[in-house]
Design a protein around this ligand. Structure first.
Ligand code: ZN
Length: 141
């Protein structure tokens, strides 16, 4: 940690764009530290660099589920529903097999693919709305 505050204190606040950029790189939105995931689907409880506790309250990650659902629905719309409408508008007898396969793939793969990003993006959004208090990183449960 490179903060100028007391040892164990939260890093200085970053701009929203910087926190979102860190989140998109699967890094800690607060400090930019790496290694916040121990696997594709497992986010550590705390940042290994700044010790920031990601789940600030019970049910905290409900927002990340909403982000993941929104991304999945958008991809399903783009890869499944819109192509069906376009194809059927131009040829009502056209086969929709490839489009249905694309939509099904989007519906199954997108939630897994975007799971880590939805979590880090949600942490970044929460930090924008409720900046980390100086006592948060070192308070252990
Ligand atoms: Zn951190």
């Amino acid at each position: 940690m490179t903060g100028t505050g007391p040892p164990g204190a939260a890093p200085p606040a970053s701009s929203p764009a910087r926190m979102l950029g860190r989140a998109l790189m699967r890094r800690c939105p607060l400090c930019g530290g790496r290694g916040i995931f121990s696997g594709w689907l497992h986010m550590r409880d705390r940042c290994p660099t700044c010790s920031y506790r990601f789940e600030r309250e019970e049910g905290f990650f409900l927002g990340s589920y909403a982000i993941n659902l929104g991304i999945t629905e958008a991809l399903l719309l783009l890869l499944g529903i819109l192509p069906c409408i376009v194809i059927l508008a131009s040829n009502p007898d056209a086969g929709l097999g490839p489009v249905i396969v694309g939509g099904a793939f989007a519906a199954l793969a997108a939630p897994i693919a975007f799971y880590p990003l939805s979590r880090t993006i949600w942490v970044a959004i929460d930090l924008m709305l409720r900046p980390a208090a100086s006592h948060e990183p070192t308070d252990r449960d």
